[in-house]
Write a protein that binds this ligand. Structure first.
Ligand code: FES
Length: 148
């Protein structure tokens, strides 16, 4: 494992003079990160500008889960809308996810790198998340799971 990590940390590319040197890639929570060094400090750069995860998990025996609240529908709708809005070209990725561990609060959506969690219960909620959070960069306060 250490050898594999060392291989990942090997130099894979050099970006522009010595300002930023990409030294490796890692997978973190299913999220591809580029490890880079700048002036001696190590920074992590997300592969996507924004990665939006919709929980689509289905639990057996009628237990509370995001699928029961339409999670797969909202994910499919988000993918369709993202393509229509040309969001992939802007570094935005929409993905279905397994259980995110907050089943009672769902259907859940989490967006990285911000780490913002939303409850999404309709196509209108998907539109708000895409238009207001992803495109405009503003929090959709009425859908937040973690309210201040
Ligand atoms: S089923 Fe979605 S968070 Fe657990």
């Amino acid at each position: 494992m250490r050898q594999a990590q060392a291989a990942l940390d090997a130099v894979i590319g050099i970006a522009h003079d010595t300002l930023l040197v990409v030294v490796g890639v890692r997978v973190w929570h299913g999220y591809i990160l580029q490890k880079a060094e700048r002036k001696g400090e190590v920074i992590f750069m997300p592969h996507y500008q924004q990665h939006v995860f919709f929980c689509t998990n289905q639990k057996p025996d009628g237990r509370t889960c995001c699928a029961a609240g339409g999670g797969a529908n909202w994910c499919a709708y988000a993918k369709t809308r993202a393509r229509a809005l040309d969001l992939p070209a802007q570094g935005v990725r929409i993905s279905g996810a397994g259980c995110l561990g907050r089943c009672e609060e769902g259907p859940n959506v989490v967006i990285y790198p911000q780490g913002v969690w939303y409850r999404c219960q309709s196509e209108a909620d998907v539109e708000l998340i895409l238009q207001q959070h992803v495109i405009a960069g503003e929090t959709v306060s009425q859908l937040l799971l973690d309210k201040a």
